[in-house]
Design a protein around this ligand. Structure first.
Ligand code: SF4
Ligand code: SF4
Length: 353
């Protein structure tokens, strides 16, 4: 994925596709579900996956609504893998059972994410640790794919300490954990209060893989403080959102732009979206689009980006020693004695500056 992202900007890194808009829950802050929609027919979904693969998409995420309500979900995962893309799933977890997890293994799922909003159900959300903990234990026992638990901070979350507890539980089961910040209905920032900022920083302090997005958190740390980010959103090019009607949108919160049928979406549309400046960018909270921007930042400024990741991690943990591969990259690209030669090699291999 990394090498492909470095090689060219003329293909999507990540596409989120909706196989069903219906959800079995009704979270108060959510504008991405309904209670009635039927599943998108399997043949149509397979055609959409083939089209995303033809556009060169590296990661295809099945989202919703609740994607586990789609009767052909395993077939969709198989087709994503067959077409050489990475298959990922975002679910509320309610429908997971040991047998359902084993079916996801057999289908070839690469990665699953569950968002947990609180410790106990309330009127805002029933995505709660005490309801889902058994599902998490089943995942720890049976899943052959990676699992990330996302805990959420924001004004409608009653007890911010829950997010820290959820992150600790995720780590204790061997999963990754991330912290998301709730956005309004156009993907825009709702600044956090001080107790929430402090919980957010404690979650980051739990550490994790060096290249996890948490350690290149310039987006999230500005967002948590209500500050704008200076970045170029490449949604519509490096990130696509495909709704249940098969239309391409910039993201889940900017539906209607550009709303071109996926079957007609072309490299020319990707080029146009790559250049377009989006007015919603400074206060955007859509972290999966930030993550694709982080990869493009590697592509355009590899030395500066790697140096920034190492500096942030060391600022948080002065004892931190990068793993051997990162030390090698550091020597190859950041040390004055070797960086010129390896920089030229990277230019040749990946076409990066
Ligand atoms: S579970 Fe997810 S899709 Fe369903 S209502 Fe809640 S946030 Fe929305
Ligand atoms: S900046 Fe990009 S990702 Fe964020 S809301 Fe706007 S179009 Fe969506």
């Amino acid at each position: 994925m990394f090498a492909k992202a470095m090689h060219s900007t003329r293909h999507p890194i990540l596409a989120q596709i909706i196989p069903i808009r219906r959800c079995n829950l009704a979270c108060a802050y959510c504008n991405e579900y309904d209670a009635v929609s039927p599943p998108v027919p399997l043949d149509e979904m397979l055609r959409r996956i083939d089209r995303l693969a033809a556009l060169g998409t590296t990661i295809i995420t099945l989202s919703g609504g609740e994607p586990l309500l789609h009767p052909g979900l395993d077939e969709l995962i198989r087709r994503i893998r067959l077409r050489g893309a990475i298959a990922t799933l975002i679910t509320n977890g309610y429908l997971l059972t040991p047998e359902r997890i084993r079916r996801l293994n057999r289908a070839g799922l690469d990665y699953l994410q569950i968002s947990i909003d609180n410790a106990l159900p309330d009127e805002t959300s029933k995505k709660s640790l005490n309801v889902l903990d058994k599902k998490l234990q089943w995942l720890a026992e049976h899943a052959e794919f990676s699992v990330t638990i996302n805990s959420v901070l924001g004004s409608s979350v009653r007890n911010p300490e829950d997010a820290h507890r959820i992150a600790l539980r995720a780590r204790s089961l061997g999963f990754s954990s991330t912290a998301g910040i709730l956005h309004d209905h156009s993907g825009q920032l709702r600044p956090l209060a001080q107790p929430q900022i402090s919980v957010y920083e404690r979650i980051l302090g739990l550490g994790g893989g060096l290249f996890s997005f948490a350690h290149y958190d310039r987006f999230q740390s500005n967002i948590s403080r209500g500050l704008p980010n200076d970045w170029h959103c490449r949604a519509g090019a490096r990130f696509l959102y495909i709704c249940e009607d098969g239309l391409v949108h910039y993201c889940s919160q900017q539906r209607g732009r550009p709303a071109i049928p996926l079957a007609q979406y072309s490299p020319a549309d990707i080029d146009r979206a790559l250049q377009e400046k989006k007015g919603c960018a400074p206060f955007c909270t859509i972290s999966c689009v930030h993550q694709t921007a982080m990869l493009d930042s590697f592509r355009e400024q590899p030395r500066e980006t790697l140096a920034a990741i190492l500096a942030r991690r060391k600022a948080r943990d002065p004892e931190f020693q990068p793993p051997p591969l990162v030390r090698l990259l550091d020597w190859m690209f950041l040390r004055s004695s070797s960086k010129g030669w390896f920089g030229k090699l990277a230019l040749r291999v990946f076409g990066v500056r």
